[in-house]
Write a protein that binds this ligand. Sequence first.
Ligand code: SF4
Ligand code: SF4
Length: 242
Amino acid sequence: MKTGGPEHAVGIPKSQPHAVIECPQEIPCDPCVEACPHGAIRKEGSIASIPVLDEELCQGCGECIPACPGLAIFLVDSCYSEDCALVGLPHEMLPMPVAGERVRLLDRCGREVGVGTVTEVRLRGAYDRTAVVYVAVPRGLEDVVRAVAVLPPDDHYVCRCEEVTRQMIERAVEDGATTVDAVKRLTRAGMGLCQGRTCRRLVSAIIAEKTGKPLEEILPATTRPPLRPLPLDVICRGDDEL
Ligand code: SF4
Ligand code: SF4
């Protein structure tokens, strides 16, 4: 029996697919408990305690993965094939990978650690905004890989701050995002340090191109002050000009 958190998750036996819960904070939250159809996750004491996984009861079904609002549950099958392990990951970013696609493998800090192949993408019931992406990874990386990123080799960045590419924006438009704000919400384009000063016109142009609308009809992103980074003492002094 293991409790949540990465430091505990690593020691789980690896003979069968199983959930790995990396929830280190004591917070009042328990959708994982409710989501498990096999009663394999429970909270001991209060709702704020760290979830406990009963590995004997876990069937590796992955139902708990999209239910966790903290994206803190993963599935690991260390014996997937001779060379590869399988990792199931919650994924809420666009573009959505597809089965058979090669993807970049990222660790818990977002560092690239290798390349894997997506075997399946599942969207379950009410959790239609949180996909579970199953990816075959080189053996030994199953306890390292915790996210994937799609970047086709012939693509290029539109939003450099948030590393959002043209194809990511095109897919967002195809998914129904027809304003700069909608694209921003789906891809994070324009949410970086420059606050969209570099990319918002390019995003508008891509939306216009994909939808066939005149550029002037594309709604711009909403802007909020400050329009450029300011030292805190300027804000405190209330200076009108720099
Ligand atoms: S993988 Fe399935 S059986 Fe295991 S804890 Fe999650 S919901 Fe329960
Ligand atoms: S649902 Fe996720 S965040 Fe909430 S207690 Fe369970 S593992 Fe932790």
